[in-house]
Design a binder for this molecule. Structure first.
Ligand code: 5RP
Length: 222
């Protein structure tokens, strides 16, 4: 099974998981990235069962609209039962690193609102210790160097993701050389640096379920 086939398998499994709960008034939170794109394409097949979606990025909004799925502003949505998104890494506590695609802030906002966060990922994203994947940190542009200096003090190596501007008009530092055993504390510490919008650790709000694609099928981790 290729990695794309595993991504498609978890996308199908996620639709199967939420389908029984979908109603004509349901709004679904949708993440960003290649796995989320497989999910969008599968979700489109049952679009008659729900009202619309909230998108975690402009790219996701465009893909949803291209399928004829209405996209709503989160501010106008009272209830979001599900958020479905990929991850760059996940551990056995279902804590994640996200933001490889630069959409971490909106992803974190939609995940915070949703009752259930279903993470969809192939088995290559499973790790014992988070941090091999560089941790993305979204920063206000004028604070980039200040934030980088503070991150160096944590013995980490921030690298400016050149040429990338987030959907919020900000910049991204990718933090290398982290070995994260206290994910909640590190998430809070980095978020406390002035100029940080948010970082890609999803530890305070971890996933509720990970649907993990393997060559033998989809495993459900809770
Ligand atoms: C985007 C993300 C993605 O979920 C993450 O990068 C995984 O992407 P993919 O499914 O393409 O491997 O956090 O900001």
């Amino acid at each position: 099974m290729t990695q794309d086939e595993m991504k498609q398998a978890v996308a199908i499994a996620a639709v199967e998981m939420i389908q029984p709960s979908l109603e004509s008034s349901s709004i679904v939170g949708v993440g960003t990235g290649s796995t989320a794109n497989f999910f969008i394409d599968e979700l489109a097949k049952v679009k008659h069962l729900f009202d619309g979606a909230v998108a975690s990025s402009e790219a996701t909004a465009e893909r949803l609209k291209s399928h004829g799925i209405p996209v709503y502003d989160l501010n106008g949505v009272n209830q979001l039962d599900f958020y479905i998104d990929g991850a760059d890494e996940f551990n056995d506590k279902l804590q994640l690193i996200k933001g490889g695609g630069g959409a971490l802030t909106r992803e974190k906002i939609v995940a915070a609102v949703a009752k259930t966060f279903i993470c969809i990922a192939d088995e290559t994203k499973q790790v014992e210790l988070l941090g091999e994947f560089p941790l993305p940190v979204e920063v206000i542009p004028m604070a980039r160097s200040h934030v980088a200096r503070q991150l160096f003090k944590l013995d980490a190596q921030p690298v400016y993701r050149e040429g990338v501007v987030t959907d919020n008009g900000n910049q991204v530092l990718d933090v290398h050389n982290l070995s994260i055993d206290a994910a909640v504390a590190l998430e809070q510490k980095i978020n406390n640096i002035v100029g940080v919008v948010t970082n890609g650790l999803f530890a305070e709000r971890s996933a509720d379920v990970v649907l993990m694609g393997t060559p033998n099928g989809v495993e459900t981790l809770r």
